[in-house]
Design a protein around this ligand. Structure first.
Ligand code: ADP
Ligand code: 5GP
Length: 208
């Protein structure tokens, strides 16, 4: 009865929360997905690949894209621009895919304003700030200065957990992955308002 619908799953949470690790655990089990690659003006890091982790660009180019209205949302994080391009997201949604975003709390607000009726949002965090610190230290991809900055930002982001549909506490990886898997599967069957209206219309026609 329903046409194939695309849906959106927003993942937010401090860097080091385990978003990538959890996604790796569940990605084979949640059907056809499109992981949105953001555009950013921040400098590329050692282990990153342009076009895979981010589309890296200049401030000038980024501003041109803002003016052309190419972004679904964009924000400034740590003094750099980050944005989600609208076109590939629209294509993926039209193909019935679950679109995954790794974006910050500002991005979550913007996506909910524009695509709220097909969006499910999840905030992911380790059980405590000190555990987050331990994991960032163990991952050892950041300088001391960047790490201090990330921990400060994490404290601010955690204050906004209530803006999300779900909170996943990533203590034991397998347990948290089980929860996220269920959320992702359910996110896909969220029905947008226009589809509900369509269904009600059809349902009444069938009865007559
Ligand atoms: P994010 O993508 O949110 O920045 P990562 O997936 O890179 O986070 O995880 C940060 C670090 O924490 C990585 O070194 C990862 O192996 C580790 N990690 C992730 N989940 C857990 C967990 N449940 N317990 C212990 N370490 C974890
Ligand atoms: P990082 O520089 O560590 O990769 O990312 C910094 C922060 O920017 C993270 O919280 C990440 O979720 C967020 N981010 C990445 N891409 C986007 C985006 O396209 N839009 C928004 N609003 N935030 C983003």
């Amino acid at each position: 009865m329903y046409k194939k619908n695309g849906a959106v799953l927003v993942l937010s949470g401090p860097s080091g929360a385990g978003k990538s690790s959890l996604l790796k655990e569940i990605i084979e089990d949640i059907g056809e997905c499109y992981f949105s690659i953001s555009t950013t003006t921040r400098p590329i890091r050692g282990n990153e690949v342009d076009g895979i982790h981010y589309n890296f660009t200049t401030v000038e180019e980024f501003k041109k894209e803002i003016e052309a209205d190419n972004f679904l949302e964009y924000a400034t994080v740590h003094g750099n621009y980050y944005g989600t391009s609208l076109k590939p997201v629209r294509e993926a949604l039209n193909n019935g895919k679950l679109v995954l975003f790794d974006i910050d709390v500002q991005g979550n607000t913007a996506v909910n304003n524009r695509l709220g009726d097909i969006t499910t949002s999840v905030f992911i965090t380790p059980p405590t700030l000190s555990e987050l610190k331990k994991r960032l230290e163990a991952r050892s991809t950041d300088s001391q200065e960047v790490m201090t900055d990330r921990l400060k930002m994490a404290k601010r982001e955690v204050q906004r957990i209530s803006e999300y549909d779900y909170l996943v506490i990533n203590d034991n990886l397998k347990v948290a992955a089980d929860v996220l898997r269920q959320i992702a599967i359910t996110a896909r069957i969220k029905i947008p308002t226009d589809k509900i209206n369509e269904f009600v219309q059809q349902w009444e026609d069938i009865e007559q």
